[in-house]
Structures are given as C-alpha cells and as structure tokens.
Design a protein. Structure first.
Length: 173
C-alpha cells in the first residue's frame, strides 16, 4: 500500500483554497472554535467572558492533543476568495486517512462547501487503497454527507459516532 504524494499547497478544492495554518491564523481559528461550541454553551449560565475563556482553553488543549497524538496530522486553513472561512484537520498516514475535523464559518455551513472537501479526501484515500475514519456527533447534519460518501457507523465513543469507509476501486477509463 503506497501513500499518496505530498500535498502541494496552496490547493483549490471546490470553492475553497487550502493552506497550512500559520500562527497569524490563531485569532480566526479561536473565533471559529467558539462558534462551533456556541449551541452547547448556550445551555450554561456562564457569562460570555467565561464561555470565551473555556473555548480558548479547549481550543488549545485540542490542538495540543491532535499534534501530540497524530504523527501524520495535517492542519489546513480553508479560505474563500482569500478570506479565512474554516479549518480542516486530517491524519494522512500510510495505512489510514482520518478526517479529524472540518469546520466552516457559521454563515457558510449547509451550503455544500464541505462536499468537495470530502470528495477530495475520499479520492486521495482511494488512490492509495486506504480506509478512512472519522468521528461525528450522531445528530450532526454532516453525518448525512459522510453517509453519502460510503461512511458506515462502527461504534459510539462517548458522544461521538465512529464511522469508517473502505477504499473504493478506481475506474481508470
């Protein structure tokens, strides 16, 4: 099983451009992370400052965890027309391509921008005969997208559903 060649950046996938995350992207990424957790934190009685502090700490811990535990981790900023709109984290290992996270700005969610990203990842995995894995909350609308690409539920891990996709044969016609 041979891994795909290195990804040449910047890369255009659908309407989005991918590039490596830079230190200067951290303020945007923190705001993005806060938006992802907004509905969950709305159930608390915390002040906005407490919610922001919690999210910032969780963001830092998540980043540290991903970087320490995924030796094949790649961390991309998603841009549209030169402006940051999301992030994509993958583990691009020789035996497995794992979608760790894809997040878009609130105003762009549900508009089909994630579809080309998932297609690109599936094509990448298929080209090297690698399975794919991801974790998703069972009620996340993105679960339907993953199912359309052939991801099947495997088991629950806490609040997350683990899903797998086996490599598909490539038609070279």
């Amino acid at each position: 099983m041979s891994a795909e060649p290195e990804i040449s950046l910047p890369l255009t996938v659908g309407a989005l451009q991918l590039r490596d995350i830079a230190e200067s992207d951290l303020p945007f990424l923190q705001v993005l992370y806060r938006s992802i957790r907004r509905a969950e934190l709305a159930q608390t009685e915390w002040t906005q400052e407490e919610k922001d502090a919690f999210c910032d700490a969780q963001f830092d811990l998540q980043d540290q965890y991903y970087r320490a535990n995924y030796p094949f981790g790649r961390f991309y900023l998603l841009e549209r027309n030169g402006a940051p709109v999301g992030r994509l984290h993958i583990s691009d290992g020789p035996e497995l391509l794992a979608l760790m996270e894809v997040s878009l700005s609130e105003d762009l969610r549900g508009q089909g921008l994630g579809t080309p990203i998932v297609q690109w990842l599936c094509d990448r995995a298929d080209a090297s005969a690698r399975p794919m894995r991801l974790y998703v909350e069972p009620d996340n609308p993105a679960k339907r997208l993953y199912e359309r690409f052939g991801f099947l539920p495997r088991e629950l891990h806490g609040i997350y559903l683990q899903m797998w996709r086996l490599p598909q044969a490539i038609n070279h016609d």
